[in-house]
Structure formats: structure tokens, C-alpha cells
Design a binder for this molecule. Sequence first.
Ligand SMILES: [Mg+2]
Length: 274
Amino acid sequence: MPPLDLMIVTDLDGTFLDHHDYSFDAARPMLDRLRADGVPVVFCSSKTRVEITELQARTGLDGHAFVAENGAVVVAPHGFALAGASDGDLERLHDDLDHIRTSLDLGFSTFSAVTDQVVADWTGLDLGAAGAARAREASEVLLWHAEDDDRAQEFRAALAVAGLDLVRGGRFWHVLPAGRDKGAAIRMLVADHERRTGTVPLTIGLGDGPNDTALLDAVDLAVVVRGHGPAPGPLADDRPERVHRTTDPGPQGWTEGLTHHLSHFRTPSVRSHR
Ligand SMILES: [Mg+2]
């Protein structure tokens, strides 16, 4: 049997990073093992390119593929852009949002319309980190207290007409081009990997929140890391041999889930579950 071609795709906040202090110490031994084996570890997050490449540098994953802004930015190994914004796209997104906010009388604030200091106050990040979080290329972050689900539905419908999608994160909402979720991003990276290497990798995905549902649906083997808020799902294929739910949260759960799946990864039947 040839060596198994693996690709790990992981959410960051609450999954690879601790929900409270953003540490990844508990994930280090497993990460070192994956790096030593040459396994790609793809960060897939609502964070920006600036935030993700900084974390890649701290984890020794420079040059690995990544997905930023919830799927709006997709970068193949060595920085080759697979998806992102063209000139004028972000301005158009901001204009459409302004128009919809006025016509529906919605009371949200956006990262682009405020300063680094305001984002630092909203998030608890320091000024530099707030600047990195504001460095959006293809999406917008909203601070919005939806009065009720009907308003969110109304908002979503108006965005859809403009070719945009609304994704709920933890505290914030994200607006990005329609059809560009984490799942579509993973399919792009798998196709790119196949084009370059001639093989389709076995993918293992990890996430802890509702905005990871598309990620967990797009991979061969899924890890639902125990979170602090609403869980991902429902998943299209929730069989226990495909989906492992961890006991531990954050980077402990990250290690637990990968250990679980990797201990079975020579099982020949795994690939037939696609
Ligand atoms: Mg998360």
C-alpha cells in the first residue's frame, strides 16, 4: 500500500486555538508529528491573510495552503492565490451593505467603518492585532445584535440578491461573496493538490462551530471539537466512523480527534465512505 496522502484542514478559534487564551500548546506534539511527516495542515478560518500567515510563521507552517475570511480568500501552497477579490470587489461589497442597511433600517456596525481602537475595544485584541483583523480583502465583519430571526432572514434575502452571503461567527457576523464558504474552499484546495501531485488526498477536518458545518461536510473524516457555543451541524454524513466528537475542547480536543482518526488511517475501507 502506498503511503497515505493526507491533508488536515482546521478551524482556528476554539479548535486549534484555545477559546480563552488563544494558546495551541496542547496541539504542539501532534502538529510536530504532522510537520515531520510532511502532512499539509491548512488553517481555515474567518481570520484575515495577515492574521493567518502570522500564525503560520509561529507554528512552522509557512508556505502551507490556507483559507482566510471564511472561504473568501483561498491560497494554495507557496502563496498561489486560488480565490480572492478582484479590483473593486470589496468596494462594491461595502456599497451593497450600506444600501441594504439603509433600506432595511438595520443597526449594525462594520470593521471597515471604524478604527483599530474601536475593534480593539470590541474584541479585547491589542491595537496591532485589531489592525490585522481589520485587514479584510474580500469580506466584511459586522457587529450586529439581530432583534429576531426574521430580521436575519430579511437581511440574508437582501444580501442574496446582491450575490452575498451572511455567516454567523461567534460574536460577529460575516458578509462574503455567495458560494464561497469553507467547504467550497476545501474542494478548491483538493483539486489543486490533485492537479499538482496526481493524487486526491484523504482529508481530515476539524471545527467547533456552526460556520464549520461546510468544512466538516467537505472532508473525508470529521472532528467536531467540543466548543463553548452552538455546535456545527446538522452534518450530511454523521456516521460515527466518519465523525468523531471530542471530549476535550480547543487544542486538547484537536489532538484527541486527530489521534482518533489517525489510529485508524490504514483502514482500507475509509476511502469508500466518500
Ligand atoms: Mg471556531
